[in-house]
Write a protein that binds this ligand. Sequence first.
Ligand code: FAD
Length: 424
Amino acid sequence: MDSKFGDIFRMKRYSVFAVAREAARYHTGWQRAWASPEPKKKYDVIIVGAGGHGLATAFYLGKNFGITNVAIIEKGWLGGGNTGRNTTIIRSNYLQDPSAALYEKSRSLYETMSQDLNYNVMFSPRGVMMLAQTEHEVRGYLRTAHANALQGVATRFIDPAEVKKLVPIINIHGPRYPVLGALWQPRGGTARHDAVAWGYARACSDMGMHVIQQTEVTAVRKEGNRVVGVDTTRGPIDCDKLGIVVAGHSGVMAERAGFRLPIESAPLQALVSEPIKPCMDVVVMANTVHGYMSQSDKGEMVIGGGTDSYNAYTQRGSFHHIEETVRALVETFPMISRLKMLRQWGGIVDMTGDRSPILSKTPVEGVFVNCGWGTGGFKATPGSGWAMAELMAKGHSPLTEEFSMFRFREGKFIDESVAAGVAH
Ligand SMILES: Cc1cc2nc3c(=O)[nH]c(=O)nc-3n(C[C@H](O)[C@H](O)[C@H](O)COP(=O)(O)OP(=O)(O)OC[C@H]3O[C@@H](n4cnc5c(N)ncnc54)[C@H](O)[C@@H]3O)c2cc1C
């Protein structure tokens, strides 16, 4: 434990008064945002993976169930996986009822996240539109809009004129794929991805939980079929319950625990342009041409494409992907042909066959798994943590019931391939 702060790392609240006070004393009094403790011998709960989902799970275990003897163990740095690599789109316009419930819970938690965590996550409900550029997509999105109306998720289908009004830089008369309309979710948007991880880490640390970075979980120890602890690169640590929340490495961790998951891992890439003046204040996804774009607060155009067509664990970009994604988007946004690219990267996404996540008990008693968010789990971070915490604390949660890993054995798929599409 960071000796400067004693045994429990109590946070001073961030506020306008704190900013004024620190400005007056040349910023000498800020605390570190979270502690870097030495691991204990035993915790009630260990979460593997300090991405957004792992940290959110720990946060809600503490906040909703008073379980705070928790360690979140991360092999790299917190938020350094997909949480810090995504294009930050938040929406809940999915088709199936269980998905709508989970994603809308999550979107609604984003609305108050900055206040709940006392940390500015820069949630910007600027609106998300998914362009319909074929008759097939028009039918698909009309269907989703009707389903969303029944689910209480606020979306509507808008015509090309409204699309153009909301996004003046768009070319709605593209030669191959003119814009025929869009599925519009006005309260969708973006948030600052690193801040989501940092805010949860700080709140977990404040509750006395241990966020342990640079420590890999290398094995799961069992007695009979029950988990009793893990081996790590810093030695063995015992626990009563274990949550595996490692996204692209879920298959690897499951193998270490002694079971298999119906997951494929593949790289997903994104890029940003040089910063330019504000030109687009909504998020646009163009699934037919395979690309999506928003503008960050710094002015960069944030651009994402599809997944690599092969399974891999490489966390990097590639030239052919930049070319494909940019070529596709130029047709709908001709102005981006004049932009320079600033940087490009990749993350490892964990995909299920039905493009829905897994939040589940596992064949090993006391081990729970949260994965399969694939290309679109950033939006689900708080809802996933909320539901996973309930599952781990109580053994069941209404939000996770349909998302068991055993649904693939039973054929009870939650098909979201249309809602997932290229998009995130
Ligand atoms: C390029 C890109 C764009 C995306 N765009 C969007 C988007 O716009 N909107 C959206 O909703 N989603 C998007 N996503 C998906 C989203 O980023 C993920 O679904 C989400 O961030 C997953 O969060 P997580 O906490 O489960 O995983 P991660 O953030 O990857 O965290 C898992 C952590 O586990 C750690 N770990 C793994 N193995 C071990 C081990 N053995 N021991 C200890 N630690 C371990 C890893 O180091 C990692 O930090 C995108 C993803 C990518 C790559």
